[in-house]
Design a binder for this molecule. Structure first.
Ligand SMILES: NC(=O)c1ccc[n+]([C@@H]2O[C@H](COP(=O)([O-])OP(=O)(O)OC[C@H]3O[C@@H](n4cnc5c(N)ncnc54)[C@H](O)[C@@H]3O)[C@@H](O)[C@H]2O)c1
Ligand SMILES: [Fe+2]
Length: 381
């Protein structure tokens, strides 16, 4: 018997505009913890679901999740859930509330200590029933076994375990219609990077993750600029949610790599949005990988731009990098570190920090050492 990855199937899904309140009937009886953030709560996005849940059970709302959530926030969410004896957890929002909900459901159900489960495969206990409702089309966290918490010193740490894949998820375009352009752009690019990095993930790439990544990139590439320019376009918003979910499934089965590894210090230290940090490191890292990943990049280029199929693989791989940069700019993001107050002299410190992301670096098509990382930050400046 040869070895190989065990694939993650993802959650059961409700797909379609306005379907979120139907979740209430699918959760077990007993008190529910709903984890969200203040802005999402303020927009009233969760109101229909909360009204439906409150008809039949006690509802505890924890709405203090910040972007790039901290350990303290997670512990507070667990405390709120434990005090109320909740029997299930709903994560409602972008990647930040969803990640807190995933770990809160796990810690409440298993009673494990957070510091014993960082890394891959160590969370082996049972979590509470968990449903996730994304309000950004980006992280795909509702599909993945991963949750990211920012710990002391700005380091982003992950827990990766099948126990974190939710039971249920809802992909409801209604919740993303009000997303501002910059958030639509950043989260959309994040999702595209998930698809690209899954497609070249050296150890775990497989036929299922390839199919998920290809279809994700097709949907995201065809709809990102429309979603930015026509925020109320339901079809484009729904396609972005499905694309981000498929990209999440792709990297649940073939983990992300160098772009994310180098993006994380920018988020942890400078608190730039996660998707933007990926956009900033995209061109340098893809260019660094281009020779080793020539064939897969050429295949992806043809998905974004059918004419690229007529090119040789080297030219087609270059087209992927150019096309992604065009999309970054067309979506309205500023693509260089200097545009975001980051100094060129920070490159060595950022490179040192990036080396902590070995969990991701091992998936890159070519090794990235500290000296390479420094040069890549300088190229991104
Ligand atoms: N678990 C995973 O697999 C995974 C993958 C990638 C990233 N992440 C993590 O996810 C986090 C980033 O998540 P994110 O990019 O979705 O952003 P986020 O959850 O941090 O939210 C960013 C901002 O967008 C606002 N927002 C959310 N939905 C909105 C809507 N519909 N309309 C208007 N504003 C809205 C929020 O209130 C917040 O202010 C990071 O912590 C990152 O590390 C996790
Ligand atoms: Fe990401």
């Amino acid at each position: 018997m040869t070895s190989g990855p065990i694939l993650n199937p993802g959650p059961r899904l409700l797909i379609g505009s306005g379907r979120t309140p139907a979740l209430a009937d699918l959760l077990p009886d007993g008190p529910v913890l709903l984890v969200t953030d203040q802005a999402v709560r303020g927009f009233g996005l969760a109101d229909p679901l909360m009204a439906e849940l409150a008809k039949t059970r006690d509802l505890v709302v924890f709405d203090s999740v910040e972007a790039d959530p901290s350990r303290a926030t997670l512990i507070a969410a667990v405390g709120a859930g434990r005090a109320a004896g909740v029997q299930s957890v709903v994560g409602f929002g972008g990647g930040s509330p969803m990640d807190v909900a995933k770990l809160a459901a796990y810690l409440l159900g298993s009673r494990d200590d957070l510091d014993s489960i960082w890394g891959v495969g160590l969370a082996k206990g049972r979590r509470l029933p968990l449903a996730l409702v994304p309000t950004t089309a980006g992280t795909g966290s509702e599909a993945t076994p991963v949750a990211i918490i920012t710990v002391e010193g700005g380091e982003k740490r992950g827990v990766n375990s099948p126990a974190l894949i939710p039971d249920l998820a809802v992909l409801d375009a209604e919740l993303t219609l009000g997303k501002p352009r910059s958030l639509t752009a950043a989260t959309g690019i994040d999702a595209m990077v998930h698809a690209i990095e899954a497609y070249t993930s050296v150890k775990a790439k497989n036929p299922v993750s390839d199919m998920q990544a290809r279809e994700a990139l097709r949907l995201l590439g065809a709809n990102l600029v429309t979603a930015c320019e026509e925020p109320g376009n339901r079809e484009a918003r729904q396609a972005m949610l499905v694309g981000a979910h498929l990209a999440g499934l792709a990297f649940a089965n073939a983990p992300v790599a160098g772009v994310h590894a180098l993006a994380y210090p920018l988020g942890g230290i400078h608190h730039l949005p996660h998707g933007l940090t990926n956009a900033l490191m995209l061109r340098p890292v893809l260019s660094f990988n281009a020779e080793a990943a020539r064939q897969p990049y050429a295949e992806l280029a043809a998905i974004l731009e059918p004419e690229a199929a007529m090119l040789g693989s080297q030219a087609a791989a270059s087209r992927l990098i150019e096309r992604m940069e065009q999309l970054v700019v067309a979506s309205g993001l500023q693509p260089r570190l200097r545009d975001h107050g980051i100094g060129r002299e920070e490159a060595p410190m950022l490179a040192r920090e990036a080396m902590k992301q070995q969990r991701l670096l091992v998936n890159n098509p070519v090794p990235i050492g500290e000296e390479d990382a420094r040069r890549l930050y300088e190229a991104a400046w």
